[in-house]
Write a protein that binds this ligand. Structure first.
Ligand SMILES: Cc1ncc(C[n+]2csc(CCOP(=O)(O)OP(=O)(O)O)c2C)c(N)n1
Length: 292
């Protein structure tokens, strides 16, 4: 198990306070700067490992940055604190994006990032809750995160706890039927403490979702399963912050976040080739120029 990096936690606390006190426009620019830093660190991590899922990582960086720096009620200095909010990364193949953000919050030292996927490193290709502080569930096989998060949210209700549970899903992942059982169960149990964020980048492993097993009309389908649906641009921090306000409908909330796979690196954007491809040294250099 990795251990907490107190200096990073102090940085996170300072920035999080600054973001919470800032006026709306300043909040957005602080989050945007932090997300850009995360993208560059994520790229360096994948470059060091020479493996990873860079397209889907870039797609969810703004969502993760908003959650960890402006929404989740957490203390990275005390990762197992009772009553903390939870984030389950259901699209576990994008572990590098989660590790980048967790390390920037101080759950562990950012100096560990270059060990991503190295033999014996705790930073496995898919997140493991027994090895990495801040990881709330082991994920990787698609279709498991929402059922797990639904269970965590139901358990919180049974205990009378007020914490919220967030789960980040891929859109290709929604083709797994287990998600739809969980969508039904969560609305049946009125889990208004549960938020499912769908990373709607319209690409999956080797094709567009429409060409594989179309999900449209996704908002209507989620609504028909009893969820309150909020449809946003998943790279617009103002919309992200609004989408994560608590439910007042008594229903679980589904945030359909329209995103771009490879976002922030022009030659990767919306190109299915970058699901699981490693950039060359020249491409890393070009990408870093765009990101710093
Ligand atoms: C059950 C299962 N089947 C197949 C895979 C292999 N796999 C990893 S990522 C992926 C595509 C996922 O697409 P999406 O959920 O849209 O993720 P994103 O495009 O955002 O990376 C697949 C098929 C897996 N991890 N689990």
């Amino acid at each position: 198990m990795l251990s907490v990096d107190e200096a990073q936690v102090a940085r996170w606390r300072g920035l999080r306070d600054e973001i919470s006190r800032a006026a709306a426009a300043e909040k957005v620019s602080l989050l945007a700067a932090e997300a850009t830093r995360h993208r560059a660190d994520n790229l360096r991590t994948i470059d060091a490992a020479q493996q990873g899922h860079i397209g889907g990582d870039m797609s969810i960086t703004d969502v993760l940055t908003t959650l960890y720096y402006a929404v989740l009620d957490i203390d990275p200095g005390d990762p197992d604190a009772d009553g903390r909010d939870r984030l389950v990364l259901s699209k576990g193949h994008c572990a590098a994006a989660l590790y980048t953000v967790l390390s920037s919050c101080g759950y562990f030292s950012p100096s560990e990032l270059p060990t991503f996927m190295a033999p014996l490193s705790p930073l496995n290709g898919h997140p493991n809750r027994l090895k990495v502080p801040g990881v709330e569930a082991n994920t990787g096989p698609l279709g498991h995160g929402l059922p797990i998060a639904t269970g965590i949210a139901k358990a919180a209700k049974l205990r009378g706890a007020s914490n919220r549970v967030f789960v980040l899903l891929g859109d290709g992942e929604l083709q797994e039927g287990s998600n739809w059982e969980a969508f039904m169960a969560a609305s049946h149990f009125k889990l208004d403490n549960l938020v499912a964020v769908v990373d709607r980048n319209r690409l999956q492993q080797g094709a567009r979702t429409e060409d594989t097993n179309s999900l449209d009309p996704l908002p209507e389908r989620l609504s028909a399963f009893g969820w309150e649906v909020r449809e946003i641009d998943g790279h617009d921090f103002t919309q992200l912050l609004a989408a994560f306000t608590p439910s007042t409908s008594g229903r679980p909330v589904a945030v359909v976040a329209h995103t771009i796979k490879g976002k922030g690196i022009s030659f990767m954007e919306d190109d299915v080739a970058w699901h699981h491809k490693v950039p060359s040294p020249e491409q890393v250099e070009a990408a870093l120029k765009e990101l710093v």
